[in-house]
Design a protein around this ligand. Sequence first.
Ligand code: ADP
Ligand code: MG
Length: 375
Amino acid sequence: MSFNKLKFGSTIGIIGGGQLGKMMAQSAQKMGFKVIVLDPNEDSPCRYVAHQFIHANYDDEQALKELGESSDVITYEFENISSQQLKQLTENYNIPQGYQAIQLLQDRLTEKQTLKDAGTQIVPFLQIKNKQDLYQASKELGYPFIVKTRFGGYDGKGQILVENESNLDEAIDLISNQECVAEQYLDIDKEVSLTVTIGNEQQTTYFPLQENEHRNQILFKTVVPARSNKENEARKEVDKITNAIHFVGTFTVEFFIDKENNLYVNEIAPRPHNSGHYSIEACDFSQFDTHILAVTGQRLPQQIEVLKPAVMMNLLGRDLDLLENEFENHPEWHVHIYGKSQRKPDRKMGHMTLLTDDVNQTEQYMLMKFEGRDK
Ligand code: ADP
Ligand code: MG
């Protein structure tokens, strides 16, 4: 599919003004685009780096219309917007990303079904509507298994690990409120992710394979290049996905690698991703740069050069408490602070990227720095 190339000075409308919207806006402005952001939070990180701010809920039709009328192209920074409304918007305004990816991926069940139909390897799962299904899951998947809500989960929210029969009650509580899926618990050796940008006429640009560690199901650190021989396989899995789903812009596929070195697709984020933040300093184009190039119809770089290996550490509220006094002594840490006014222990307040010739050593050094943190 091909779409129009926007002239510099055109306006990009972003639905969502969190840190991803902020970093998108910064790339867009570097390239000479204007930015309008819509966000329900008056104090959102994007507000002060945008030319215009629309303070409204994501489902406010009038506000979405205003965004559409004022923008030459619309993009989004997160996947939980109404696909129905996005569909309506695509009828009237220029939204090269379309609504299909959002529609398929905001529901874990259709996401998994789509991944399976596309021929990728995924962890065995079952749909869970009632208690009966849960008992069935315990038989078919075996303990431990994970129950995840179909809609709205992120950073491990809406997930319960069922270790044995005595844990089933918690899962029963979860499924009584929301439809869920159950998934086999995998004995994970490594988590990796691959960030990709799709541009005009399906031009595809891959970032290097990223190695991720989660703590409490929230991304803790990313190491690039990943210490894994699965990069080519991961690219092939991504190609299967892009053949099955219409994508434009930057998205990330999360993978698990088990102890036998088998690769499984976990989930897809149809937008720039936390595990791609290192690219701002470590690569010749960031995941936000290529996203903006893609949605404005420009040509993408053929390949992304890693200028230097990197270790990216997330800065949650608890990490800022621990480390903020050290920042002034470490200009080499490349600290990013998103500008959220309220600090919470598990809230993503920023991140930092260390460029290094020796990722193992830098990783050890950082682990030492983060040692005082709750696991
Ligand atoms: P979210 O949308 O919250 O990122 P994920 O499905 O990616 O949800 O789960 C968050 C984290 O929880 C994963 O990155 C992984 O560390 C752990 N996890 C999720 N599913 C499984 C599984 N089936 N087996 C083992 N660990 C898992
Ligand atoms: Mg995830």
